[in-house]
Design a protein around this ligand. Structure first.
Ligand SMILES: [Zn+2]
Length: 224
């Protein structure tokens, strides 16, 4: 906590002057570019990794970057927090993009594989059910990248499954099909610091370097 408290003062004294105008402009409204769904893991820091600033990302974090699927009526089959973030960002803030971002060495994915969330963690055990489709797929269809260890293989498939869960929400599906909303699957490798994007053509997560970034941006522009 000392570090956290000192950090607040450090921000106040050193950084706030640079951000003061931005905060003033944002005080009464936000227009974020994307809903960014990622894991609660302390090593995944979206604003650092994407060089984004206050107001840029509407972020929803939870254990395992999971999105409980919706019923046909669009009501979450899990808790209501994720669905509320989706509704608010899509309908009120009108974001044009949703990114689901998984990461390497994810404790949630390790727990799914080890099946270790049990009696003393009843909430976690139930929550991780939303990753079980990914687990089933890994077992029956195999990994996207055999070179990764098992929990990272699961983590990558989990990103794709959560994108499918997003599509189970009528408000998302309708806008995606109309070209108003784009879904992306990203994956962060902690050891190398590389962020990758899922590419349907190669069925792999590819590092977002300058070359892939050009292709991704061109594709988004063409879809507009
Ligand atoms: Zn994680």
């Amino acid at each position: 906590m000392e570090k956290l408290i000192e950090g607040i003062v450090e921000f106040r004294e050193r950084m706030l002057p640079q951000y003061a105008q931005r905060f003033k402009d944002l005080a009464l409204a936000q227009m974020p570019d994307a809903l960014f769904i990622t894991c609660s893991d302390s090593r995944v820091v979206p604003d650092l990794l994407a060089s984004t600033h206050p107001g840029d990302l509407f972020t929803m974090r939870n254990v395992g970057n999971l999105v409980p699927p919706a019923t046909a009526e669009g009501v979450s089959t899990g808790d209501l927090s994720e669905a509320s973030a989706i509704e608010y960002s899509v309908l009120v803030l009108k974001v044009a993009n949703i990114v689901v971002c998984g990461h390497s060495e994810c404790g949630a994915m390790k727990a799914v594989i080890a099946n270790e969330a049990g009696d003393d963690t009843p909430n976690l055990a139930r929550w991780l059910h939303h990753a079980h489709t990914a687990s089933f797929r890994l077992e029956h269809e195999g990994a996207l990248d055999d070179g990764l260890n098992l929990h990272d293989q699961l983590s990558q498939l989990n990103v794709l499954v959560q994108l499918e869960h997003l599509m189970s929400y009528p408000i998302v599906r309708k806008r995606v099909l109309a070209g108003m909303l784009h879904l992306s699957g990203w994956w962060f490798d902690i050891a190398s610091g590389n962020m990758s994007a899922y590419e349907r053509g190669s069925r792999r997560f590819e590092i977002i370097d300058r070359s892939l970034a050009h292709r991704l941006i061109a594709r988004l522009a063409a879809a507009r």
